[in-house]
Design a protein around this ligand. Structure first.
Ligand SMILES: Cc1cc2nc3c(=O)[nH]c(=O)nc-3n(C[C@H](O)[C@H](O)[C@H](O)COP(=O)(O)O)c2cc1C
Length: 190
């Protein structure tokens, strides 16, 4: 069965928003990508799932490198512009500069990065995997800088949110969990 865009079941996922920066036939571009996932620690691999018609996909296929900038809570305008217009039709980078946002040249790739993101990762294209109606572009991390003052913006149910910490189970509850798990262990107790 399908799980379409906007379906209340699809809307249950909560994600961060990757601002994917690229360069290529469409010039410097930026798009919003809720489907941005950390896949591996060693080496650092991050996947982005993109609709195949996005200008960003053509850019990444050409240059074989891209930036992933996790949108911070004070960057909702960035997410809406990057996600609401295509680089086929608009120079979003210069529009965003006019809106007061700043970009800087990446160290290891020929792509612009977003100033003030919670995490900025430079990636070389590691693999492209086609599935369903999206393509997964996996990037190998070549540089990563985080800003400890910034929190990542959260996306859920088509809206922007900020994180709120919830207490882990109380230590008595955790002890009770350990006792119960011990009772159900699949290995004999020595
Ligand atoms: C919050 C948000 C999240 C989005 N997430 C994705 C995504 O995960 N994958 C995708 O293909 N498009 C996603 N989009 C839509 C693209 O960002 C949008 O189509 C954009 O215009 C593509 O830009 P480009 O054509 O310049 O590459 C999202 C849009 C918004 C507003």
């Amino acid at each position: 069965m399908d799980l379409p865009w906007g379906d209340p079941r699809s809307n249950k996922f909560a994600t961060s928003i990757g601002l994917i920066t690229s360069n290529g036939p469409h010039g410097h571009d930026i798009m919003a990508c809720e489907w941005t996932h950390h896949l591996s620690y060693r080496p650092g691999l991050i996947a982005v799932s993109l609709g195949p018609t996005k200008a960003t996909v053509e850019n990444i296929r050409t240059l074989k490198e891209f930036g992933i900038n996790l949108c911070a809570t004070d960057q909702t305008i960035l997410a809406s512009v990057a996600g609401g217009y295509s680089g086929r039709d608009y120079d979003k980078i210069n529009a965003l500069k006019d809106l007061g946002f700043q970009f800087y040249q990446a160290d290891t790739i020929d792509v612009l990065m977003v100033r003030g993101a919670s995490l900025s990762v430079e990636c070389k294209l590691f693999k492209e995997v086609k599935f369903g109606d999206h393509v997964m572009l996996i990037g190998e991390v070549s540089e990563a800088i985080h800003d400890s003052e910034k929190e990542s913006l959260i996306y859920n149910n088509g809206k922007y949110w900020s994180l709120q910490e919830i207490d882990k189970p109380h230590k008595d509850t955790r002890q009770n969990i350990r006792d119960i798990l011990k009772k159900h262990s699949k290995h004999s107790q020595q």
